[in-house]
Design a protein around this ligand. Structure first.
Ligand SMILES: Cc1cc2nc3c(=O)[nH]c(=O)nc-3n(C[C@H](O)[C@H](O)[C@H](O)COP(=O)(O)O)c2cc1C
Length: 201
């Protein structure tokens, strides 16, 4: 299972001071803003083994009006905290093409890996790192090849290329990315699940 701590969802709202205006033990200092995340992880780990728990962060994201100065410091701490629990994987939306808040420098996968390693005392068994947002086959191979990530996940390319792995493997040119109207503004599945394959099923 994946704990959703990205894109202005509840945990993200606790993490970032742009939305967390609390004056109790869950707001104010960085430690206080991390408290809810810590409690959610520990509650999940009370019923699910750590290796089966993944978590998602969006340090660059502007969705839901998120983003703040010192964003990198907040997410360094959040990722180090999550990594201490030796979760199966930490997914970070490192790309900027799903919206970038521009309040701090972009948070990249090299930084994620460093924080995951700091959080893991057992380097034999570190938490995996997964990147997301705006990746291509080339950027994915570069991040994995340089050791910054273990996986890269794809969203929009999968929509217009339902056989994305086969196209990557066979070097088939990708279809153009889906347009905004293909996802949000139609009331039918057309354009969302109906892009054609280029390879047999
Ligand atoms: C139609 C659509 C719906 C999405 N819905 C959500 C969502 O509900 N929650 C979320 O965290 N991300 C959502 N995302 C973001 C994707 O999970 C993914 O992070 C994003 O598409 C970036 O990867 P990509 O550049 O490979 O598409 C959505 C993306 C698309 C295109």
């Amino acid at each position: 299972m994946q704990i959703h701590s990205a894109n202005g969802y509840l945990i993200d709202q606790f993490l970032q001071p742009c939305t967390n205006l609390r004056t109790d033990d869950y707001g104010g200092s960085l430690d206080n803003r991390l408290r809810f995340l810590k409690e959610v992880i520990e509650a999940v780990l009370s019923v699910v083994p750590a290796e089966k728990v993944w978590i998602r962060f969006s340090p660059n994201g502007a969705f839901g009006e998120m983003g703040h100065e010192n964003s990198c410091q907040t997410f360094d701490a959040a990722i180090q905290l999550a990594a201490k629990y030796k979760l199966g994987c930490i997914e970070v939306m490192d790309g900027l093409t799903f919206g970038f808040h521009e309040k701090d420098v972009p948070y990249d996968l090299e930084r994620v890996r460093k924080n995951v390693l700091i959080g893991n005392t057992d380097k034999e068994n570190p938490t995996a790192v997964m990147g997301n947002v705006g990746h291509t086959l080339e950027s994915a191979n570069k991040e994995i090849g340089s050791g910054n990530a273990d996986f890269i996940s794809f969203g929009r390319p999968y929509m217009s290329n339902p056989d994305l792995p086969e196209r990557f493997a066979q070097g088939i040119e990708l279809a153009s990315p889906p347009q905004y109207e293909d996802w949000w503004t139609k009331e039918t599945e057309d354009g969302y699940t109906t892009f054609p394959r280029a390879t047999p099923e």
